[in-house]
Design a protein around this ligand. Sequence first.
Ligand SMILES: C[S@@+](CC[C@H](N)C(=O)[O-])C[C@H]1O[C@@H](n2cnc3c(N)ncnc32)[C@H](O)[C@@H]1O
Length: 276
Amino acid sequence: MSDETSTGLREEVRARYAEAARAVLEPRPGVTAQCVEISATGSCCGGSAGDSCCGAGSAAAEAVGGFSENLYREGETDGLPEEAVLASLGCGNPLAVADLHVGERVLDLGSGGGIDVLLSARRVGPSGFAYGVDMTDEMLTLARANAARAGAGNVEFLKGQIEALPLPDASVDVVISNCVINLSVDKPAVLAEMFRVLVPGGRIGITDVVAEDHMSPADRAAAGSYAGCIAGALSRAEYLDGLDAAGFAGASVTFTTEAAPGLHSAIIRAVKPATA
Ligand SMILES: C[S@@+](CC[C@H](N)C(=O)[O-])C[C@H]1O[C@@H](n2cnc3c(N)ncnc32)[C@H](O)[C@@H]1O
């Protein structure tokens, strides 16, 4: 991918998620964060079209709608600020994947409105800590407001790109992420950065959109947009090869829900070996 293409895609992603954050920060009738996420332009959600715009039309809309349903277990989000739940744009439940323990330090890549950081902070307790990293100012504003509303003292939201994480080497026990790595324009850099910030023996518990191996890049692009979490999806083999190249061990990619032909919500697990 040329520098120009990757810069353009990154800005498209940033604009899409800035608008999704604004839909929660500055509520308007009929406009939700999910609606903005799945609309090709966002503009048709600005009027009264609401769900009729968001629920129908493109394969991407159908796909992301399918990825986004019933992510959290009953009662799991009780007590969180409504704005954090409204801004949920994931495709799985990375906490269920990561099996967090009291006292652990957790990092969420592409933390959005902060839902998974706040849930992680609860799980690891006051002796643990949860960081979120996001590149979109509006999402950071929303996430920090949600943390204040939740009274969460063991969280921090950092501005940055997941391809160049603003954290030191070996500083977290677990990396989680919910439907973000597919949006990166440099996935090998993201996998290398996850490896760098994890302590030896640390682990990843990720949910993402993943393509079946027979889906060519052209097939994926035909199925939906890049900013809508479809065109940039890795295939299962590409994920496993990438994790191996970054140094991870015991990697697995498990499909959970097929939300569009050949495209799945998936759970990705791997560990950083305890010794080199
Ligand atoms: C699909 S939303 C998911 C948000 C959150 N994980 C959730 O489950 O609600 C993607 C988020 O990742 C952020 N993002 C996308 N690409 C990024 C990158 N390269 N670096 C940092 N953040 C990124 C966007 O700003 C957005 O907040």
